[in-house]
Ligand binder design. Structure first.
Ligand code: GLY
Length: 349
């Protein structure tokens, strides 16, 4: 098992390893004493791991309730949060009680957001069960729900008190969900760790626990220096700005990781064509994405992708920040004029 300490406004540990669901109660009991726990999960994950988590928590003296919603991004809405908060109020949850998020990114983002606003803020623990949640969304305290105008438009920065990533839960993931996580893992490699990049490319022969831990360390280092996303944390958006546009163009039939993979390939080709990146970098990125069964191209037209890219919530004024890889392991934040975005995407398509 690996333990990574995160030092943000709230400091916490991320534990990564096998069998952590069984020891969750014991670990959570080192931080909280015999309180009421609301387990937030979805109807795919809860039947798989709910009983194991509850047994562990009850054995450690916790009283458990659960709130289980239908799996899928469509439920990541304020209406689901309202139902959860109403249930917690009806069950007399207090400020000393906690939420435990058992699931992937949607569950974690919503459970964290509910924790940030219930009684003006209570503690929560992340128990990620997807590779994407393990390496990205469970760490760093970004919580949110979607609004009709876009994803994650309503949320808060609210750090968890503990993250327990049981690597056994990855065994039940569909290939598409493994690929989604791999896209984010390759992203970390391109941002700042060449060695990680090649290890993720060859993940089938690697040690997944060690790879997850390295990704979490990178995220920890970036987030610790910019918890509230005003500077270097934007590096984590590598592949995301154009990737979100591809996801949106597909009306979200394309999964997040597949959108990120396409966005990463486009930005890499564009950076190389514009003379910013090292020659051969884009091909290396394409090869790694392909080795992870991820896409590198899209047929959506450039005008539509440019429009969707510019409607991203992070774009403001005359310019937009694009995250540009210069080489594997070296990525920068680069402002381009909004009027240049279409040509840039065209160069990378
Ligand atoms: N997922 C990007 C971030 O946490 O900033």
């Amino acid at each position: 098992m690996q333990i990574i300490s995160v030092n943000t406004s709230t400091s916490y540990e991320v534990h990564i390893g096998s069998g952590l669901l069984e020891s969750a109660g014991e670990k959570i009991a080192t931080l909280f004493k015999e309180c009421h726990v609301m387990i937030v999960s979805d109807d795919i994950v809860f039947p798989l791991y709910g009983t194991k988590l509850i047994s562990s928590l009850e054995a450690a003296g916790f009283t458990c309730s659960n709130f289980v919603f239908k799996n899928g991004e469509e439920r990541k809405r304020l209406s689901t949060i309202e139902a959860l908060l109403e249930q917690m109020a009806a069950e007399h949850f207090t400020r000393s009680d906690i939420i435990v998020a058992l699931g992937g990114g949607v569950v974690g983002d919503m459970a964290g957001f509910a924790a940030s606003i219930f009684l003006r803020g209570i503690s929560y623990v992340q128990v990620p069960t997807t590779l994407l949640a393990a390496v990205d969304s469970s760490v760093g305290g970004k919580t949110a729900v979607d609004l009709s105008r876009g994803k994650n438009l309503c949320g808060a920065f609210w750090q968890p008190r503990l993250v327990l990533c049981d690597t056994d839960t990855l065994d039940t993931l569909k290939p598409v969900n493994i690929q989604d996580g791999l896209a984010e893992m390759l992203k970390y490699g391109v941002i700042c760790d060449k060695d990680l990049f090649y290890k993720v490319k060859d993940y089938k022969n690697g040690d997944m626990e060690a790879l997850i831990a390295r990704c979490v360390e990178i995220k920890r280092d970036i987030v610790s220096g910019d918890e509230f996303d005003r500077g270097q944390r934007m590096l984590l958006n590598l592949g995301h700005t154009i990737g979100h546009a591809v996801e949106a163009a597909s009306e979200f039939t394309l999964t997040h990781g597949h959108g990120v993979a396409t966005g990463l390939a486009i930005i890499a080709r564009a950076a190389e064509k514009c003379g910013m990146a090292k020659t051969g970098m884009a091909k290396e990125i394409e090869e790694a994405l392909t080795a992870c069964d991820l896409p590198i191209k899209t047929d959506y037209n450039t005008g539509m992708l440019a429009e969707l890219t510019l409607s991203d919530k992070k774009s403001s004024g005359d310019s937009i920040s694009l995250i540009i890889p210069l080489d594997i392991g070296n990525t920068v934040i680069h402002k381009v004029l909004r009027t240049e975005v279409k040509d840039f995407i065209e160069a990378g398509k």
